[in-house]
Design a binder for this molecule. Structure first.
Ligand SMILES: [Zn+2]
Length: 280
């Protein structure tokens, strides 16, 4: 480990120990360590064909609004396969260690991941803003309907790679699509995400008036889709410390910000060990 990384881990451990409130900003790199692939980036899901039960499936061809309209059986087969993978995947130990670090502190999580891993690891569902939605939820293909529903369990015919029965809208009976922000998506019903966004805004307003020691930890958020990075930088500016954890591109712009050039799980483990040993 290079000396500046060691120093930054020590500073991060101290900042977290003293913080009253922590904002977590998590991107795909947090999920990668659980074995879940990233969508974007040069090796992301979207660039590749996936081998699902022997079928070569191109992610980009099926995860679009048009695909759910024109070939819903195949599009849902891919969505259902991903849902199954998310359901079966246990969050890596970094989630639990992070939650332990937040014990007795106020916190909020913003994530672009739609895999439900934070909720599964025990984070308060009322303190999570999923800015790109969640694969657990679906919306009507008629986007004038603004409701979302939990997606039912969907059986996939693995020989044909299509679903046996398409999920239908409880209100009008039309077909549905996942409530996640898809590629070039003008049809995403953002109601649920916007509600979470309002909670996030309210939390930041309250926390910044209530607490003196607020920090942000940004984990596994790359530059390719910079939604998470932009949000963390917009919140902290030069007012609050930012701990940026990312194996690549972890440069920071302000003197009270620091980069830890490691993967999510490893970095959280190092910080957690230090906090347990030094500050508890
Ligand atoms: Zn409907």
């Amino acid at each position: 480990m290079n000396p500046s990384t060691t120093t930054n881990i020590e500073t991060a451990a101290s900042l977290i120990s003293n913080a009253e409130a922590v904002l977590i900003y998590a991107g795909a790199g947090m999920s990668v360590d659980s074995g879940l692939e990233q969508y974007r980036g040069k090796d992301g899901l979207w660039t590749r064909y996936l081998d699902i039960d022997g079928h070569q499936i191109k992610y980009m061809d099926l995860m679009t609004h048009m695909a759910f309209d024109e070939t819903p059986e195949q599009a849902w087969a891919l969505a259902a396969s991903l849902m199954k993978k998310y359901e079966e995947t246990m969050p890596h130990q970094g989630y639990g260690q992070l939650l332990d670090l937040l014990k007795n502190k106020d916190y909020f999580v913003m994530t672009s991941n739609c895999d439900h891993q934070f909720q599964k690891a025990g984070f308060d569902p009322n303190k999570i803003y999923e800015c790109h939605g969640s694969l657990r939820y679906m919306q009507c293909m008629d986007i004038l309907e603004r409701d979302t529903w939990l997606t039912p369990k969907i059986e996939v015919d693995s020989v044909k790679f299509e679903v046996k029965e398409l999920p239908k809208c409880p209100t009008c009976g039309a077909y549905c699509r996942p409530n996640i922000y898809l590629f070039g998506d003008w049809f995403w019903v953002s109601t649920r995400s916007t509600y979470q966004l309002i909670e996030y805004i309210n939390w930041t307003k309250e926390a910044t008036t209530k607490y003196a020691n607020i920090i942000a930890i940004e984990i596994g958020a790359g530059n390719t889709i910079a939604t998470i990075r932009q949000a963390s930088e917009k919140f902290v500016e030069d007012k609050y410390p930012l701990i940026r954890i990312n194996p690549n591109d972890c440069l920071v712009k302000q003197p009270n910000h620091m980069g830890i050039d490691m993967g999510a799980k490893h970095a959280i483990e190092e910080i957690s060990t230090l906090v347990q040993g030094t500050f508890s």
